[in-house]
Design a protein around this ligand. Structure first.
Ligand SMILES: [Zn+2]
Length: 368
């Protein structure tokens, strides 16, 4: 049995931190589990990312390391976070194909720590699970912000590491046959369906003249999105957006689609109208709309016009997509797929509470 086990996040890309620090503790668990596995005659390679300075780089570096190794199982060690509390929270293990291993790991860790077993958790949105090529599990050992979890973790550290090692040397479900992979390996990081509105540009009186954008801080960063001149009487980038360019805002989870990734001009979202069946690629430009609106996306006026839709019509959004693929087929596949669960912690920097539809323009001159 050969196992590659890595700590989540990195030296410069920190994870959750409260009573416990996720990165520090993952870096204690990994070598201890590895020693126990080696003592039982198994081959283990460990990895900590001490180099990456962006989240995107970090995710790729860890996955690239795993995929560079010959092994039977990939394990990523993380710690969970919710809110500072003194309740027992417990262990859970995320999986895409390895429900059985994840379930046994979660139970073994919970038993060893004498904490609740939150069980195996299907997560179709985690980069590590989606991009490692061998059977993989992502362990959320316990919660960094629960005083009970932290106490139990410290008191039972050796037993927890032994529990992980014991399950990791056990049987593993065979990976899917390679011929199935072309159909199944495409898993977008963001999938959402619901009603939409519009935002941005000189006519958007719903945002203040000085309002900025959540992850674009200057026109140089994404020149394709902006008008040549700042509209008179305004200073903020939200009002300088070119309403004819195809852009959108969604409530991105930056843990899954980091700001640096959303700002990458080569990655686009696909927005499809379920009413007209039309679909267009669009650039992420902001975070929003506020969850109080019950809408899932704010689009540029030009994109709404091209889709042939109005405020509160339904759209489906997936991200990221490559503009070379059959975009419409992909969105239809995704519409049939189970909805991705929203994580509890989401940044709320920039809501767009718009109510009224804009005057639609139909030009598509700058579409990505
Ligand atoms: Zn983590």
């Amino acid at each position: 049995m050969k196992i590659v086990i890595s700590s989540g996040h990195g030296l410069y890309i920190r994870g959750a931190s409260d009573i416990l620090d996720e990165v520090d503790e993952a870096r204690r668990v990994v070598p201890n589990v590895a020693d126990l596995l080696r003592a039982s005659g198994h081959q283990v390679v460990t990895f900590n990312d001490n180099v990456s300075t962006t989240q995107d780089e970090n995710l790729h570096r860890i996955v690239d390391f795993h995929n560079s190794q010959t092994r039977d199982l990939d394990v990523s060690v993380h710690f969970n976070a919710y809110e500072h509390n003194s309740k027992p929270m417990g262990a859970e293990v995320c999986y895409v194909t390895q429900e059985d291993v994840a379930g046994r790991l979660s139970k073994a860790i919970a038993d060893a720590a004498q904490l609740p077993d939150r069980g195996p958790k299907y997560r179709g949105d985690l980069f590590f699970l989606n991009n490692t090529e061998m059977p993989a599990v992502l362990i959320e050992t316990c919660f960094v912000d629960s005083t009970v979890d932290a106490d139990h973790y410290h008191a039972n550290f050796g037993r927890i590491c032994q529990a992980i090692a014991d399950v990791a040397m056990g049987p593993i479900t065979e990976p899917e046959p390679p011929e199935d992979r072309p159909e199944t390996c495409y898993k977008p990081l963001f999938v959402e369906k619901g009603s939409c509105s519009w935002f941005g540009g000189p006519e958007d009186s719903g945002v203040s003249p000085s309002e900025g954008l959540a992850f674009i801080y200057s026109t140089d960063q994404a020149p394709q999105l902006f008008l040549d001149e700042q509209p008179a009487g305004t200073t903020g980038l939200a009002r300088r957006l070119d309403p004819e360019v195809f852009y959108l805002a969604c409530r991105w989870n930056y843990d899954v689609t980091p700001k640096e990734m959303l700002d990458d001009r080569d990655k686009v979202a696909l927005v499809m109208s379920t009413k007209t069946g039309k679909a267009f690629p669009a650039w992420p430009a902001d975070w929003g709309p506020h969850s109080d609106t019950n809408r899932v996306a704010d689009l540029s006026p030009g994109l709404m016009g091209a889709l042939g839709i109005e405020t509160d019509d339904e759209v489906a959004v997936i991200y990221p997509v490559s503009s070379r693929t059959n975009l419409k087929a992909k969105v239809q596949t995704q519409l049939a797929a189970p909805k991705i669960e929203e994580k509890p912690k989401v940044e709320t920097p920039h809501p767009h509470p718009h109510k009224n539809p804009p005057k639609h323009k139909t030009s598509t001159k700058y579409k990505p």
